[in-house]
Design a protein around this ligand. Structure first.
Ligand code: ATP
Length: 345
């Protein structure tokens, strides 16, 4: 297969499994985001793909060849780390052409490639500019160009955007994704930002405690989270207690939702329902009644917090969809069965 395969990879530090029996198939040209909380093993997994860390067990296969024992510099990778590690005393052009110089490329070849890459990152004519005189976003792009200078097979980035302010970071996420699509290069980015992962990835890999909890398209993870942790980590959700009643119906809080099937063998679980799927109605008209406890009006969206016997449910709507709900108001709530996902709690 053309692409990357990680086969039953484990990395143990002392008696601690930082990465625990991870297997993943990444087809050629896929943009992967490794996503998860601090310490879940994302960086360690990326470092094993890069050859900077040796797996305790398992193998890394690239385009059909086992590269587990191949040193980093022979893996044909481009890498960008959070620190960027640009050479501050060199010009933009000399930074980008660094790897070409090491390889003994001629001056003319270097200059041609630098111009190609500067065009790619939308900084034409910047070759002579000192790196010290660039903005944060420009430095970011130069680090990306430098990593791509040798046309690598695999592009690996560890929290590449986390040093940027929020607005620039969002813009760079779009740029990075568009660049990757133009080049069609297999790319793996480590991030702990779910919005970043949703923006860029074809394949989001959610990790927890060294294991893959779910690997799927962003929208599939959002719509069909594998468990309560994933549901809560990706976007906002309501996690509500659910159980089977004596009549065999699924009951969420106090609301019977007979159309919602529990997986066989499960009598207690949680139901994840996204705030945009919680609909408000008049008291008595929904499956539950509650009291509005807080309204967060963000302009474009309104988040309404509803207290139901001590449990808070958040409903999100646009101002057009939900005018005039006030704190203290009694409301009815609809929980459409097709929007409810039963997850292990
Ligand atoms: P972060 O988002 O904070 O960078 P991460 O998900 O990338 O976290 P890793 O850096 O892969 O996590 O670390 C996973 C676990 O392995 C952590 O508990 C970390 O302390 C441990 N670890 C990583 N490298 C080493 C090492 N060289 N020696 C011992 N423990 C390590």
């Amino acid at each position: 297969m053309s692409g990357l395969s990680l086969n039953a990879i484990t990395k143990t530090f002392g008696d601690f499994n930082a990465v625990d029996d991870v297997s993943l198939t990444v087809p050629h040209g896929t943009f992967v985001c490794l996503l998860g909380p601090s310490g879940c093993g994302k960086t360690t997994l990326l470092r094993m793909v890069a050859g900077l860390e040796e797996p305790t067990a398992g193998s890394v296969v690239l385009d059909g060849a086992d590269i587990t024992a191949v040193p980093t510099h022979k893996r044909n990778l481009g890498m960008v780390f959070q620190s960027l590690a640009l050479f501050p005393h060199l010009s933009v052009g000399d930074n980008i052409s660094y790897a070409l110089r090491i390889r003994g490329a001629s001056k003319a070849e270097q200059a041609k490639r630098v111009e190609e890459l500067l065009a790619l990152i939308d900084l034409p004519g910047f070759a002579a500019r000192p790196v010290a005189k660039l903005s944060g976003g420009q430095r970011q792009r130069v680090a990306i160009a430098r990593a791509l200078a040798l046309s690598p097979k695999l592009f690996l980035l560890d929290e590449p955007l986390s040093a940027l302010d929020a607005k620039l970071r969002e813009a760079m996420q779009v740029e990075l994704r568009q660049l990757q699509q133009r080049l069609g290069i297999t790319t793996i980015v480590v991030t702990h930002d779910q919005r970043e992962a949703m923006t860029m990835a074809d394949l989001v890999v959610v990790m927890g405690k060294g294991k893959i909890l779910q690997a799927a398209r962003p929208i599939d993870i959002y719509r069909k989270p594998a468990d309560a942790f994933v549901a809560d980590f990706i976007g906002m959700t309501n996690l509500l207690p659910a159980e089977i009643d004596k009549a065999g119906r699924t009951v969420v809080l106090d609301a019977a939702i007979p159309e919602l099937a529990m997986p066989s063998g499960m009598s207690k679980a949680s139901v994840s329902i996204r705030p945009e799927d919680v609909h408000l109605t008049a008291p008595g008209n929904g499956v539950l009644d509650g009291t509005v406890s807080f309204v967060r009006d963000l302009g474009g969206t309104i988040e309404t917090f509803i207290d139901i016997g001590g449990t808070a449910i958040i409903a999100v709507a646009t101002p057009r969809e939900r005018p005039n709900v006030e704190v203290g108001q009694e409301v009815g709530i609809e929980l459409p069965a097709e929007c409810c996902v039963v997850v292990k709690s």
